[in-house]
Write a protein that binds this ligand. Sequence first.
Ligand code: RUQ
Ligand code: CUA
Ligand code: CA
Length: 644
Amino acid sequence: MTQDDTTNRDTQPDLGRRKFLNSAALVGLSGAGLSVGLSACNKESAPGAKAPSAKGEVATHSPYEVPPGQLDEYYSFSSGGHSGDVRIYGLPSGRQLKSIPVFNTDNLVGWGITNESKAIIGTRPDGSLKYSTGDTHHVHQSYTDGTYDGKYMFVNDKIHGRLARIRMDTMECDKITEIPNIQGFHGTFTDKRDPVDASINHTTRVFCGAEFSIPLPNDGRNMDDGSKYKSLFTCIDSNTMDVRWQVLIDGNCDLVATSYDGKLTCTNQYNTEMGVHYEETMSAEMDACLFFNVARVEEAVKAGKFTTIGSSKVPVVDGTRASNKDPKTALTCYVPIPKNPHGVNISPDGKYYACSGKLSPTASVIEHALVLKWFDGELPNARDAVVAEPEIGLGPLHTGFDNKGNAYTTLFLDSQIVKWNVEAAIKAFKGDKTAKAVVDRIDVHYQPGHGFTSMGETREADGRFFNSDNKFSKDRFLPVGPLHCETAQLIDISGDKMKLVHDHSVLSEPHDSIIVRRDIIKTRQIYDMDEFPNAVKDPAESGVFRNGKKVTVKLTSQAPAFSLREFKLKKGDEVTLILTNHDKVEDLTHGFAMPKYDINFIVNPQETKSVTFIADKPGVYWCYCTHFCHALHLEMRSRMIVEA
Ligand code: RUQ
Ligand code: CUA
Ligand code: CA
């Protein structure tokens, strides 16, 4: 602010009123006052709203820019990798909107600190977290009629073999399931309909592939005999999050795709060699894309044709090659694919799977109808389900699709995105010399891993954007020390030529993402107090309630005060503190930090959370609100007194 500005402000006529805001007036500015301000600004920012007219100069905006006051057209949901979270970006701006803690602990919201979040993550007998690390790779949402229904999102933890579910209305994790007898849970995908019951046109299953083979059970036996190592492919019920069944397979699982008719799910396999050492995993010229006949697997389970492994009660059916030689009864079909493939993605019309070669410069196109034909015993050779194998470039990994029959594949080694036409590739494979599969290429910076298109994993693929998640950013951003951020590059794919729109930085180390139209996502702006069985519904219920050494502290928050100015405990008490936020105003969140007791969490409007701790340190502890909520936010505290 310049000297001149200051002078101007001092002469503003309403400054007299500003001076009038003494402490009494400020206290009066509680929820209600803020509510008016916030809901007014809310209307301005509703989807489709025009940017509010500014009095100052207006900058000119590029067609891809999201000007002040306008909202992005798409959500991008992205795994955070070994940070263990899921991130939300707006596209096309690339603005990061939120990180959803899942397998990590998170101070911002208190994930892994509150009793409610610990119960979801899972605890040891002493109440500490069972795991505090995780590695998220693949995010997929629930479907209805072949497109996102905005209900749930699922994400894997590769380290500990867990699947988490996120509610899309609150964008918070509500369940986590640990899968028995697997390691390296990498690919996952939701199903899109039931294979048998036509009335179930929505997601009821989540499929999970295990990348690392292990001795089964992994309890110390057969550790030196690699030939005894096996992988399992797992199905989880998307409603209960219980493990429904597993299939014992030859080779390993990597990424997962599901068909639009619900009949098949598949996983690419890079280690059909069953190698334990790195070199062995690359010895074969052909690996596979492994298809599962979902209905037959479930019939086998129903008929009791299963075993169990170790202490797990989950039914395991036999999907190995030796037990599935007759296609007419086979549970599994191994389609040979060159060499160490990575990534398998289905086209939005449901007809083809693209499986990239990784160590082969090709993408293999597998026709869905032909795999079904193999299961009917009418296609003698599973390899004949491959209807195209265009050479597209070096290190092909993941493929996204537009709505015009084109595929976009990341080329890790070439640092490019290649656009290729599926029908042209099929014609060329049949011998048509005039058909050219590759249509366009664009450089990306650098080494792309995942790439995905707007709505590209649904029937509503719209062919507008491709996002390239690159593994190395080198010189693209200001240097920030040896650990670099990664680049996400947005590419306009609506024309014949791909156009690079912009780079946006992403914190290490995203893997897969999905781009979802914003109208599909309907979030809640505040909670319902009745959803929390332990809610402190009336500030008058606040207090310290003692039952011997077990003490419950009930507390409410309403800007700018907690219901208890102070509360007294005795050294050695086992304390459960319950805090309900009585503010009803959207965006009015309070925090609760407790010094020296390592406690920090937030309560959103109408939300209740609790923490349990031993009051083992006598003294005075100022518990304070950490989340800016009011002009008197700094004054919002409560004194915890622990008597010796
Ligand atoms: S897999 S690039 Cu999980 Cu490709 Cu990450
Ligand atoms: Cu309540 Cu800050
Ligand atoms: Ca291999």
